[in-house]
Design a protein around this ligand. Structure first.
Ligand code: BES
Ligand code: MN
Length: 445
């Protein structure tokens, strides 16, 4: 790989572009500016689009009539690196060890979007042009729900017209196994606050006389699932489309032992989930209810005999075809209200949400993607769905009328969102090849 590619990668990774923390706003903007300068140097017409949140980077080549138009989408924002003490090297000071680069964003999504940018760079130096009309959109709010992007897509709908969208922000089932994802789960969120007394109370003086909000919350949250790992919210599964038999069969034949790999990757003592479904089916095609955070009461050293005045929990629901996020939130509200133990009050605040996505991996573009992946990796392509969410993908369909090809480069042990996130240079290299191949396939050259 060219030295300049590695320089670009490391420079990109050094920006702490943490979108969720407003104290990093300037750093996020600096990262966007660096991208703009990089893309301008490639000869692309590039703009920095300011938004109410973080800026969007929009670059295009000179469009010519009679050519296909491809939009490549990715994000330059990253998740917070916490907990810092679990990193072997500082998250924004990338290091190369045994062929792997370690840094926050190494995989999600800086390594993956940079593979496309470097592929474009190589094509432009080699051929002076691309085989397609290109829109490159790199946003800074993916990790916080892409709040500004739909407005941008609507405002520029006519200029952003495209035949297909290409995204590398999903996973590969294993190292060296090129993977085309044809589905994503959706996600919707809410926060629950349970309140008892108007202040914290002495648990000797008041314990037994008033409800404890932490106990009430624990009891309430315990009603979300039954003993078989199913979500117990009434109507939760009503709109779930059953798995297709061809999918179940194809997933059984994938060249991975998912249970073994999940056990070793997570270090969990056992796998657990909805009965009657395999691990991959549970992740890719079944909805979930997750408690992502919980808090209340004394958390310091030692003991404190106190009844806290309130307790809170953060919940998300992963959604699958054909569930509707708003409907699921309504059902969740109803469930929580019905099961709230006596003696406390509850407030529910809804958070961001994004729909699921599913597309046909055997369409003409799907076939082009499979061909490009096979060419880049020299291996047969795995067709999968994903458990994660990229909320904007369904909007590409709704607003621009374009389907999305998900050609992810993330490995199962990449540690996205966790300490020691990493990406092998091999994937950066193959990603560059894949970018060239997919543009060639779509351009018909
Ligand atoms: N790259 C991920 C999405 C992803 C992860 C897709 C794994 C497939 C497999 C993306 O950056 C992400 O983390 N999305 C969030 C979206 C949320 C913040 C709305 C997610 O899935 O939690
Ligand atoms: Mn992510």
């Amino acid at each position: 790989m060219r030295d300049s590619h590695l320089d670009d990668y490391f420079t990109f990774l050094r920006f702490p572009s943490i979108s969720t923390d407003s104290s990093y706003k300037e750093k996020v903007a600096e990262c966007a500016h660096w991208l703009v300068e990089k893309l301008k140097r490639l000869g692309l017409e590039t703009q920095l689009i300011s938004t109410a949140g973080h800026p969007i980077v929009w670059a295009k080549n000179k469009h010519q009539s009679g050519r296909k138009t491809v939009m490549i989408y990715g994000h330059y924002d990253v998740q917070p690196p916490d907990p810092l003490e679990l990193w072997d090297s500082p998250p924004f000071d990338p290091v190369l060890k045994n062929g792997y680069v370690y840094a926050r964003g190494a995989t999600d999504n800086k390594g993956q979007i940079l593979a496309h940018i470097l592929g474009i760079e190589e094509s432009l130096t080699e051929n002076g042009d691309l085989p397609v009309n290109l829109h490159l959109i790199v946003e800074g709010e993916e990790e916080i729900g892409s709040g500004s992007l739909p407005g941008f897509l609507k405002e520029h709908r006519s200029s952003l017209g495209c035949d297909i969208v290409v995204v590398s922000d999903t996973g590969m089932v294993a190292r060296n196994t090129p993977t085309l994802s044809y589905g994503l789960r959706g996600v919707t969120a809410c926060e629950v606050k349970v309140t008892g007394a108007k202040m914290d109370l002495h648990s000797g003086v008041f314990g037994g006389a008033v409800a404890n909000p932490i106990t009430a919350l624990a009891r309430l949250l315990a009603t979300l699932h039954d003993d078989n790992g199913q979500v117990a919210i009434e109507g939760f599964y009503d709109d779930v489309k059953p798995l297709e038999e061809w999918e179940r069969e194809a997933w059984r034949k994938l060249p991975i032992d998912a249970d073994k790999e999940f056990l070793s990757e997570t270090g969990a003592p056992a796998l657990f989930g909805e009965k009657d479904f395999t691990t991959l089916e549970r992740i890719w095609a079944r909805p979930t209810a997750e408690i992502n955070g919980i808090g209340g009461g004394y958390q310091g050293p030692g003991t404190k005999t106190v009844i806290a005045s309130h307790a809170m929990a953060k919940l998300t629901f992963r959604l699958v075809p054909n569930q509707d996020g708003d409907k699921i939130l309504k059902l969740a509200h109803k469930h929580l209200e019905k099961h709230l133990p006596p003696g406390v009050t509850m407030e529910i605040t809804d958070g961001h949400s994004g729909p699921w996505y599913i597309t046909d991996p055997h369409s003409a573009y799907g076939k082009a993607a499979q061909k490009a992946l096979r060419e880049a990796f020299g291996k047969d392509v795995a067709l999968i769905r994903e458990g994660g969410s990229i909320p904007i993908v369904s909007q590409f369909r709704d607003i621009l009328g374009a389907e999305t090809l998900l050609l992810g480069l993330a490995l199962p042990d990449c540690r996205a969102h966790s300490p020691n996130e990493n990406f092998p240079l091999e994937n950066l290299e193959n990603g560059i090849k894949m970018n060239k191949a997919i543009l060639r396939e779509i351009g018909g050259k």
